[in-house]
Design a protein around this ligand. Structure first.
Ligand SMILES: [Zn+2]
Length: 401
């Protein structure tokens, strides 16, 4: 049996005044998703249990079948896995944004989308200034970098599960003073953040950016720290080989951590201009080599972050036409199969932020008896009896054993 999973990130939403009080899923023309709903079932799942942060990192862990209350350790170790960085048992990974803070206000959590080369230069200088052999700055892409803390049994890292940090994108235009790290090891994190201010202030990279009228990288902002989550390989649990298609590091990392292959698609951007058709083609091809093929599309989430209703509707139509439709056709043509369409979490256009709560799902295929549903959208899911309040149980249901 072949399985396909399509994740339109953050697509679940509320009725929109500008869409005649319909949700984006209701307003979008999505004949393929509706065909899945008609042939199979619609239901809903909640992938973000309290008190975890509502985000792709927790929600997709749950969607893939792993209880985030048990397994989620932080965002940074998942990104480290995406970059192929090995963390030993005593190591910690910390997200290290380059940010612009002025007058104690978070002006820009991307430091004006600082370039990858500029970020590498700034972090190299910071590494030289920091007199701690355990601390390693690892440049990533643009403002998204990592800091590693190499602990050992004799000298364990000072952090714990009680160390609290705040994501810089949740602080946009807010005072940062009450949002510095707290709890075990936070003094070290705060000290490194303060040290970066000194190192970056007159750094050649910032002098050039200032001269060019670009936002300067004033600080590193350290957050999302954790140790590598211990996830039982998907193949051990379900006896199936999986592959992930995504443009987002968190999803790459989660896939690697459960033993899936990551398929890179040229033109997949993680943004509204992504090449939907290329993702669809690669997914159909991957069905020949893998038992489970999962396609994650970031665009609906990005549209919500921008508060762009039309872009969200359009992204759903593109996903339907270029990814769900060809996958569904290919699956039907090859024999026994199941297909699942569901986002990870809602990202309401109203708040422009990820939220916890129900997301609709539609699934069809071998052994799934159809219910009365005719459409894939939030109101249909609310009326359907199929419910996964603990969203990580959904995968056990979807994979027919
Ligand atoms: Zn997400």
């Amino acid at each position: 049996m072949k399985y396909a999973i399509v994740i339109p990130d953050g697509c679940a939403d509320e009725p929109q005044p500008s869409l005649q009080d319909r949700t984006p899923l209701q307003a979008a023309r999505t004949p393929a998703m509706d065909a899945v709903a008609q042939a199979g079932v619609v239901g809903r799942a909640n992938h973000v249990p309290e008190p975890l942060p509502a985000g792709s990192e927790t929600a997709n862990m749950s969607l893939l079948g792993y209880d985030p209350l048990k397994h989620f350790t932080g965002r940074a170790p998942i990104e480290a896995a995406a970059q192929g960085i090995h963390l030993a048992a005593e190591d910690w990974a910390v997200r290290c944004n380059l940010v612009t803070i002025q007058d104690q206000v978070m002006r820009d959590f991307t430091a004006g989308h600082v370039s990858t080369e500029e970020a590498a230069q700034l972090l190299r200088s910071l590494q030289e200034a920091v007199d701690l052999p355990q601390v390693e700055f690892r440049p990533g892409v643009s403002y998204r970098n990592l800091m590693l803390y190499r602990g050992s049994a004799e000298q364990p890292a000072p952090f714990s599960a009680d160390t609290r940090t705040t994501a810089p994108h949740d602080l946009t235009d807010q005072e940062v003073v009450d949002h510095y790290p707290r709890g075990p090891g936070s003094d070290l994190l705060v000290r490194l953040m303060q040290q970066s201010v000194e190192v970056f202030r007159d750094h050649p990279v910032n002098q050039q950016r200032r001269a060019a009228g670009k936002p300067v990288a004033t600080n590193v902002w350290l957050w999302g720290l954790g140790q590598t989550p211990q996830l039982e390989p998907f193949a051990n649990r379900f006896g199936l080989q999986g592959a992930m298609i995504t443009a987002v590091d968190l999803l790459r990392g989660l896939a690697r951590l459960i033993g899936w292959q990551v398929i890179e698609v040229p033109g997949a951007t993680g943004y509204l201009d992504t090449d939907y058709a290329a993702k669809g083609r690669y997914a159909v091809e991957a069905l020949e080599r893998f038992d489970v093929v999962c396609v994650h599309i970031e665009a609906p989430d990005e549209a919500s972050h921008e508060g762009n209703v039309q872009a969200k509707v359009e992204s759903l139509e593109q996903i339907d036409r270029h990814i769900v439709a060809p996958l569904y056709e290919a699956l039907k043509a090859q024999g026994e199969f199941r297909i699942l369409v569901t986002p990870d979490h809602p990202t309401p256009l109203r708040t422009k932020m990820h939220s916890r709560g129900w997301v609709p799902l539609a699934a069809a295929g071998t052994g799934i008896a159809p219910d009365q549903s005719t459409r894939y959208d939030e109101p249909t899911a609310e009326q359907a009896p199929l419910e996964f309040p603990e969203g990580w149980a959904m995968m056990d249901w979807f994979i027919a054993k």
